[in-house]
Design a protein. Structure first.
Length: 93
């Protein structure tokens, strides 16, 4: 919990810079996850996975553009990165 608090305070300090960098990072990681899903095929399950990845990554972009509180933006960034990494790991095997 202490790591989370330290990262959140740092994020709040340099909000504009970190938010811009995180948009790039989230979008790139999401596109890698989407590529991994589409390399497996185009079944209904794959399209569901693709929908989840796109929705979560766009959700982070929306929180930044809507200028929500830094804590909300930070939490959505963690969710976006976590979901993208999860689907990358799932589709590796």
């Amino acid at each position: 919990m202490r790591l989370y608090q330290n990262l959140l305070e740092d994020f709040k300090e340099m909000y504009l810079g970190y938010a811009a960098l995180a948009i790039i990072a989230s979008s790139c990681l999401g596109s890698v996850a989407a590529m991994m899903v589409l390399m497996k095929g185009n079944s209904l399950l794959n399209m569901g996975e693709l929908f989840i990845i796109v929705a979560v990554c766009m959700g982070y972009n929306t929180t930044v553009l809507a200028q929500l509180k830094p804590k909300t933006v930070f939490n959505s960034l963690i969710l976006s990165i976590g979901v993208s990494l999860l689907f990358i790991i799932i589709n590796l095997f």
